[in-house]
Design a protein around this ligand. Structure first.
Ligand code: NI
Length: 260
């Protein structure tokens, strides 16, 4: 079944019908969701979602746009949340020079501290990097424990840069952008990347695939991404779903089937 490795069901965009939507995901072929808390409040709500839905797991971390809210006290709280059984990754963490909401030196500092926290807790990391390719790569090369699995969420850089990350053992998060007309760079990246290193992700409510581009996204729409990925790789959508689910279970260290 579809494994959505990156969703934000804590987002206000789902306030009106969250329960109905989540309960309907199984019928849309979705087996597992990792909800990514990207702010302190997002982490709190992610923990609630993991408690309410057996098929929802969580990632806890503070997005580069939100690191201004971090201090020693709430960083300790964040670490405590990461020790919960259903929190399976640290993220999303990284650098965002597109929005540049927080000072870059502060973004870097909290990125590094959260990377080290993941290493200490032996959790995989979900990396957010936007228009910050060089600094992200430099920090990851210098600070990341090579034993700590990592995924580049919503991979948006060049196919050449992807090779660097793949060499370092990274996974690539692939979502709706793959279906966009201007998604050529990503199609090239995916064509060259080994199938075993790809994870399906929505980043919902954002980045809905064509023909829903611009509308609210949800995990059920990953079928359209799987179909496009299958076309590029010359395999069926079902095969894409099977392999990416296996990949995600390996990445997040979840056992097969049992949790459902
Ligand atoms: Ni995200």
């Amino acid at each position: 079944m579809i494994f959505d490795s990156h969703a934000h069901y804590d987002d206000a965009a789902f306030d009106e019908d969250r329960e109905e939507l989540l309960n309907g995901l199984v019928d849309a072929g979705v087996g597992t969701v990792v909800n990514v808390g990207a702010s302190l409040e997002g982490v709190r709500r992610t923990v609630e979602l993991t408690e309410a839905y057996p098929f929802v797991y969580g990632a806890a971390g503070v997005h580069p746009d939100e690191v201004g809210a971090l201090n020693e006290e709430n960083f300790q709280w964040l670490k405590d949340q990461c020790r919960r059984e259903k929190i399976v990754a640290v993220g999303e963490i990284g650098l965002d020079y597109y929005w540049d909401k927080e000072d870059r030196s502060m973004q870097k500092e909290w990125f590094v501290r959260q990377l080290h926290m993941a290493e200490e807790l032996k959790l995989p990391v979900i990396i957010h990097s936007r228009e910050a390719a060089a600094d992200t790569l430099e920090i990851l090369k210098r600070e990341r424990d090579p034993g700590c699995p990592a995924v580049m969420h919503c991979y948006s850089y060049s196919p050449e840069m992807a090779k660097e990350y793949l060499k370092m053992g990274f996974y690539l998060g692939i979502g709706g952008v793959l279906t966009f007309k201007n998604g050529k760079k990503l199609k090239e990246t995916v064509a060259e990347a080994p199938m075993e290193r790809l994870l399906l992700e929505t980043d919902c409510p954002y980045l809905a695939p064509v023909p829903y581009r611009g509308k609210r996204n949800d995990s059920g729409k990953l079928m359209l991404v799987a179909e496009e990925l299958g076309r590029i790789k010359g395999i069926s959508a079902q095969e894409v779903i099977r392999i990416t689910e296996e990949n995600a279970r390996r990445f997040f260290r979840l056992r097969q089937e049992e949790e459902r």
